[in-house]
Design a protein around this ligand. Structure first.
Ligand SMILES: CC(C)(COP(=O)(O)OP(=O)(O)OC[C@H]1O[C@@H](n2cnc3c(N)ncnc32)[C@H](O)[C@@H]1OP(=O)(O)O)[C@@H](O)C(=O)NCCC(=O)NCCS
Length: 154
């Protein structure tokens, strides 16, 4: 599998697997291609938006790293990173998430981020397990969500 930067031409295909995640109850945000383009691939706060493709060029996953702006919708401290990850359901547990994070981590270090926030649904064991596995630790919880943080060293 290969990790590369996402381009707007990927929006339709990404939207397809986000809709699959939504149908499985693993996603509640919009999944249409316009949303993928504006909120993920080409968002003004983006530091890096990566996709993984398989040998045939099919997209298996997406990871977005943004810089938290003043008054961001997630309540994350301005200047921190905010990460989101979405892997095609039939490509789970094959290392797609780990491959994405290798590229994201490099971008975070280049951008001199100090902390990255990952906010996950409290009843999402795969999301919680994934972020824990790549080094994130819980720093905040609410009734419905768990926020984990990765501290970056210089
Ligand atoms: C969470 C998610 C991104 C993980 O992606 P992935 O490609 O399956 O992850 P990887 O195969 O790279 O796994 C890395 C590690 O994460 C953990 N992990 C992954 N899936 C897991 C699961 N279902 N249960 C528990 N831990 C899990 C494991 O420690 C795993 O390492 P291992 O396989 O060596 O034990 C993916 O399942 C997904 O997109 N889920 C739906 C959307 C979502 O929940 N996003 C994240 C929260 S917003």
């Amino acid at each position: 599998m290969k990790v590369r930067e996402a381009v707007l031409g990927d929006a339709e295909e990404i939207s397809g697997f986000l809709q699959e995640l939504a149908a499985l109850g693993k996603r509640s945000l919009p999944s249409d291609a316009a949303y993928v383009g504006s909120h993920y691939i080409a968002h003004a706060d983006n530091i890096r938006c990566s996709v993984v493709e398989d040998v045939d060029g099919a997209l298996l996953g997406l990871q977005i790293l943004k810089r938290a702006s003043e008054g961001n919708a997630y309540g994350v401290t301005p200047g921190w990173g905010i990460i989101g990850t979405h892997v095609r359901p039939n490509a789970g547990r094959r290392g797609v998430g780990r491959a994405l994070f290798a590229a994201t981590l490099e971008a975070a270090q280049r951008a001199r981020l100090v902390k990255i926030d990952a906010t996950i649904g409290a009843s999402n064991p795969e999301g919680l397990g994934y972020y824990e596995a790549i080094g994130f630790r819980t720093y905040k919880t609410s009734e419905n969500s768990v926020s984990k943080c990765l501290e970056l060293t210089a």
